[in-house]
Ligand binder design. Structure first.
Ligand SMILES: [Zn+2]
Length: 254
């Protein structure tokens, strides 16, 4: 049985530690200090670092962790990752034998040019691409790429648990509610997320089926989202990529 624990870092990052009480893999250690504290407290032996993309709040702890432990560093082949030992791309598989876990690699460019996700054990580690009720900003790729990446993630099984890297859910849900006000699944999610955040409980992992029902960036073919995008842009946007592009820009200024 694997545990997947959110180590908190910075203002709103989660560093996911996948472990079986003995061995641990660390996803996107932006900072080493809270990870080292958790490993020591739980008496865990780390066996791998898994980076999704090059941003410092996802990789900034790599060097310091390697001063205490020897382990491979997995990450996107096409990005500059500190201490990278295994560059990965679409259809590669990471075998973590100590955890009896295989993770398939998905290329999901958009937030950064080489961003990857790890999928295995019904869990998805998708960095800053798919967020709970939102998606990452498009820094290096195109809106078309980001849309395709989100569609690729949305095609995974409905029961997939989504482990993204930031606690952005409440602000994401406010935007979603503004453009998809008559969605009953979203109204229910607002109640649940507000309650979780009131008690400082992480809103993650999310479930992919709930994302498909409530996340506007996965719902660009739905009439409510198309209508909102048209009203905001004062244009007739019919294809999902144009709708996605409009609401992604809108969210930046919301
Ligand atoms: Zn990022």
């Amino acid at each position: 049985m694997l545990n997947i624990y959110p180590v908190r870092a910075f203002k709103d990052n989660y560093i996911w530690v996948i472990h079986n009480q003995h061995y641990a893999a660390i996803v996107d250690p932006g900072s080493a200090t809270p990870v080292l504290a958790y490993l020591q407290q739980q008496k865990l032996q780390p066996i791998a670092i898994l980076n999704t993309h090059h941003h410092n709040d996802h990789t900034g702890g790599n060097v310091t962790l390697l001063q205490s432990y020897t382990m491979p560093v997995y990450g996107p082949a096409n990005e500059n990752i500190p201490e990278l030992t295994h560059g990965l791309k679409e259809s590669d598989v990471v075998h973590l034998s100590e955890l009896s876990l295989d993770l398939a690699v998905l290329d999901i460019p958009g937030h950064t040019a080489g961003h990857i996700a790890y999928y295995g054990g019904k869990s998805l580690f998708c960095g800053d691409t798919l967020f709970a009720c939102g998606c990452g900003r498009i820094f290096e790729g195109t809106a078309q790429q980001m849309y395709a990446s989100l569609q690729k993630l949305a095609s995974l099984p409905d029961e997939t648990l989504v482990y993204c890297t930031h606690e952005y859910t409440l602000s994401n849900i406010r935007f979603a509610s503004a453009i998809d006000a008559s969605n009953p699944a979203l109204a229910q999610r607002v109640i649940e997320v507000e309650e979780q955040r009131k008690h400082d409980i992480p809103t993650l992992p999310s479930i992919l089926a709930i994302e498909k029902a409530t996340n506007p960036f996965l719902r660009c073919n739905q009439s409510a989202i198309i209508h909102a995008a048209n009203q905001h842009s004062r244009k007739i946007l019919s294809d999902p990529v144009s709708v996605f592009t409009e609401i992604r820009k809108w969210k930046d200024t919301f």
